[in-house]
Design a protein around this ligand. Structure first.
Ligand code: ADP
Length: 624
């Protein structure tokens, strides 16, 4: 019979498995048991709606058989089974989930260490086996088929007889070496231990025939006999008592189930009883999954009804702002045959979703209070979705989320909350100041920040595109309005300072008008500034759209033409202003106006309209 070759990617994973020096080879058993359990889930789920599946929940089981004579270990299930085509498709190529994790980890360039940290699946059998046979009969099929492989040199598939529906995975264990004792996987003790460690929460019984002894009837002699033992407790992790679960168990469960190779940042295990009762086990990952910001990403929690999974990604359970949370909800109050459309309107589900949303927020607030360092790590990873969550839906959740956001404080040189800003405000300070820029450094170098800092007021640096939009929606915090250092309403100078500038503005009206005309509609006004100390010019705006927002809006594909009402502000105490005031040559005024305006644009990080002209104009100045 012709041998078929594995697909390239599978072959690579397989090579890794066969030649693995990984010390936790034992995880192969967990992988095979999980596959068996998934296969049973599929058939059981079908039995709920399909009368031709004549099986009840109690009929399903997984069986482990260890045979020391043949050095084989068999993991059997009576789940959905596979047709020859499915054997080919599923075992000749890495299945989707495995591939995903494998690829992600591969990008980190750490081959060996990834093995066994998450579901690399079926191929892990080759870490311990010299030969793997998969005998399977699909539900509804008359005959079975057997897939067989000794590893790298490909596999064969042929028809065979199989009495019942389901799958037997038969491993012939490798010979023991100095470094590795493969025979131990045939010991009852080891098998029990591994099942307890990795597969205790599998919801179908994992049975094994074990040797026991008892007193013979009417005599003191003992006899041995064989009996089935169920090796797993079958209580899902999330139904167990929090106090009985170790951090390791939570972490292992998360990595195994959600294909991550890092421990979660935060575990939330919660239970509700009352009008709607449920268990929820939620995890915040260390970092966003690789596809988090792509259109393909689907948020959602697994939904279980009485321990049986009915939906993999139930979107309705998780609000967008917490879309990065992984986990599951198990409730006895949901109907099993519920369809997706019905789910959306399900009242129970809505109650659960709303509770979960509040719970996640409460746990994050707790983290913020108890472990600042960890919270900052969290915020660096997921601050953006939270801010988008505040902005989404016209800000319905803005108040709900506002205490979770952090901004960089210029004065404290660290991330702080809005509350912390307000609590640390100067006595005479009425507003919350913020500056926008691509980076913290850039935002703080804006000339508009000079006077604010001079007065001793803190400035929050906004470096994400969404920041200023969020701030505009919030308007203020605890009654203190937000003020952009670049806004026309900054109003920070003292009465005397303002008066002096106003007088000068009056007396300089003629030249300011000339400058404005020279700019030919590019600015709404040229005015003297009371906010600059050492810089000659800055660009600010009147109205709601700031220069920073204009930048962001125009970068969006759907928006165009959003324009801030730009105002060019000139520092009246800067020598440049004196020079300009003394000008009477209209050509020169035009030249200076353009130069000043372009300087202001550059400082803001905005493109200048005509870089060539700008460069020529500077040369003109230099050669004069
Ligand atoms: P994963 O389980 O992550 O999808 P695996 O490599 O472990 O990847 O398995 C590949 C596929 O083979 C599974 O998705 C499933 O469709 C099929 N499979 C594996 N074991 C069984 C089994 N015992 N019964 C039915 N199908 C199975």
């Amino acid at each position: 019979m012709a041998k078929k070759q594995f697909k390239a990617e599978s072959k690579r994973l397989l090579d890794l498995m066969v030649n693995s020096i990984y010390t936790h080879k034992e995880i192969f058993l967990r992988e095979l048991i999980s596959n068996a359990s998934d296969a049973i889930d599929k058939l059981y789920f079908r039995s709920l709606t399909d009368d031709s599946v004549n099986m009840k929940r109690d009929d399903f089981f997984i069986r482990i058989l260890a045979d020391k004579d043949t050095r084989t270990l068999t993991v059997s299930d009576n789940g959905c089974g596979m047709t020859p085509e499915e054997l080919e498709a599923n075992l000749g190529t890495i299945a989707k989930s495995g591939t995903r994790a494998f690829k992600a980890a591969n990008e980190l360039g750490d081959d060996i260490d990834i093995i066994g940290q998450f579901g690399v699946g079926f191929y892990s059998a080759f870490m311990v086996s010299s030969d793997v046979k998969v005998l399977s009969r699909a539900f509804g099929a008359e005959k079975g088929a057997v897939w067989e492989s000794t590893g790298e040199d490909g596999y064969t598939i042929r028809e065979c007889d199989k009495e019942s529906v389901g799958t037997d995975v038969v491993l012939t264990l490798k010979a023991d070496t100095d470094d590795e004792n493969y025979s131990r996987f045939l010991d009852e003790y080891t098998i029990r231990e591994l099942v307890k460690k990795y597969s205790d929460y599998i919801r179908f019984p994992i049975k094994m025939l074990v040797e026991k002894s008892r007193k013979k009837d009417g005599s003191d002699e003992y006899e041995t006999y064989f009996e089935d033992d169920t090796l797993n407790s079958m209580i899902p992790l999330w139904r167990r008592n929090k106090s009985d679960i170790t951090a390791e168990e939570y972490n292992g469960f998360y990595k195994d189930k959600f294909y991550d190779f890092e421990d979660p940042l935060l575990v939330i295990h919660t239970k509700a009883e009352g009008a709607v009762s449920y268990n929820a086990l939620l995890f915040v990952p260390q970092r966003p999954p690789y596809d988090f910001y792509s259109k393909e990403f689907k948020r959602g929690l697994q939904l279980y009804s009485n321990g049986v999974m009915i939906m993999d990604k139930c979107e309705e359970l998780l609000p967008d702002c917490f879309g990065f949370v992984r986990g599951l909800v198990d409730s006895a109050d949901l109907s099993l045959n519920i369809s997706r459309e019905m789910l959306q309107h399900d009242r129970q589900l809505k109650v659960i979703a709303s509770n979960i949303k509040k719970k996640i927020k409460a746990e994050l607030e707790k983290l913020l209070a108890d472990d600042r360092e960890k919270y900052e790590k969290f915020f660096k990873a997921f601050g953006l979705p939270i801010k988008y969550g505040m902005y989404a839906g016209y800000g319905v959740d803005k108040d709900f989320l506002k205490d979770l956001v952090l901004f960089y404080s210029a004065k404290q040189s660290k991330l702080i909350t809005l509350k912390e800003y307000v609590d640390a405000m100067e006595e005479n300070q009425t507003d919350i100041y913020y500056a926008c820029g691509d980076t913290i450094e850039k935002s703080l170098r804006l000339p508009q920040t000079e006077l604010v800092r001079d007065k001793g007021y803190d400035i929050l640096c906004m470096t994400d595109d969404v920041d200023e939009f969020v701030i505009k929606l919030l308007e203020g915090y605890e009654g203190k309005p937000f003020k952009s250092v670049a806004g026309s309403d900054l109003d920070i100078a003292s009465e005397d300072e303002k008066k002096a500038v106003a007088e000068k503005q009056e007396s300089s009206k003629a030249i300011l008008d000339k400058l404005k005309d020279a700019l030919d509609g590019k600015v709404k006004e040229v005015r003297l500034s009371s906010r600059l100390k050492t810089s000659p010019v800055c660009l600010t705006s009147d109205g709601v759209i700031t220069v920073e927002m204009e930048k962001v809006l125009n970068a969006m594909p759907m928006e165009n033409g959003a324009r801030a009402e730009r105002v060019l502000e000139i520092n009246p105490s800067h020598p440049v202003f004196e020079t300009i005031s003394a000008l009477d040559d209209d050509e020169k005024i035009k030249l200076y106006a353009k130069l000043l305006y372009n300087q202001a644009l550059l400082i803001e990080g905005l493109p200048i309209d005509d870089p060539v002209e700008f460069s020529n104009n500077i040369c003109l100045l230099m050669t004069k």
